[in-house]
Design a binder for this molecule. Structure first.
Ligand SMILES: [Mg+2]
Length: 237
């Protein structure tokens, strides 16, 4: 039986429940900070939803802004406050900071993450962490859950200078590991960054579909494997 030598992991929404509580955190930040400042919290919450969807919908803006998440969140709130007629000195920054604190407090590792990493390490599989985003925030998550101990290479977009799906990210991780693409799998929840990006350099990709929504009909990439958890990575061969 062939055996996988290298597994590269995405961090957010793969190992770490990053987005699960985001909607609730926005609602609470609006109610706690904007409401007392005289802004209709429900209207602001709706505007943040719309502006946020617009803000992140453009891949180029997404790429540019995600390496400074607090700044991105402040810009989204500014746009939303403008729509609600509530823009005033410092309020957007305060809502964004409150939201950020709530997000930090709600992040947690998925229960299957550490056992999966431990099992792969025990089998002698080399592991890489390949994550997009803000260097400070990603380092904070890695330190908080002591994740560095599992990985032979960590590539963070905000440190490396470019992010997934750029081929350089995957090639760099493989170079550090001295591995060839055919020995490796990428595991992640994003069909473009994780799946398409990995496949473009010849790395097989397992798409993590925790909500079990199934592959969208307009998916830009077809994963080599679809997983609904990290409990059985031994099927990656
Ligand atoms: Mg992800």
């Amino acid at each position: 039986m062939a055996r996988v030598n290298v597994v590269l992991f995405d961090l957010d929404d793969t190992l770490l429940d990053y987005s699960g509580e985001a909607a609730r955190c926005w609602s609470e930040a609006c109610a706690t900070v904007a409401g007392p400042a005289g802004v209709d919290a429900d209207a602001l919450r709706g505007a943040i939803r719309d502006v946020g969807a617009w803000f992140w919908s453009d891949p180029e803006r997404h790429r540019r802004e995600r390496t400074d998440m607090l700044g991105a969140w402040r810009k989204i709130v500014e746009g939303a406050l403008e729509r609600c007629g509530g823009l005033r000195d410092g309020l957007a920054a305060r809502v964004a900071a409150d939201f950020a604190a709530r997000r930090r407090a709600t992040w947690s590792l998925f229960p299957d993450a550490v056992p999966a990493l431990q099992r792969l390490r025990a089998r002698g599989v080399a592991l890489g962490l390949v994550t997009n985003g803000d260097a400070g925030m990603q380092r904070e998550k890695i330190a908080r859950w002591d994740l560095a101990r599992f990985f032979d290479v960590v590539v963070i977009e905000g440190e490396f200078g470019c992010g997934k799906p750029d081929a350089r990210v995957f090639r760099h991780a493989l170079d550090v590991l001295g591995a060839s693409p055919r020995d490796a799998w990428m595991v992640g929840d994003h069909l473009v960054w994780d799946v398409l990006g990995a496949q473009q350099v010849g790395v097989r990709a397992a798409w993590l579909d925790r909500p079990r929504q199934g592959l969208p009909s307009d998916a830009l990439a077809v994963p080599d494997r679809i997983l609904d958890s990290l409990t059985d990575l031994t099927t990656l061969e």
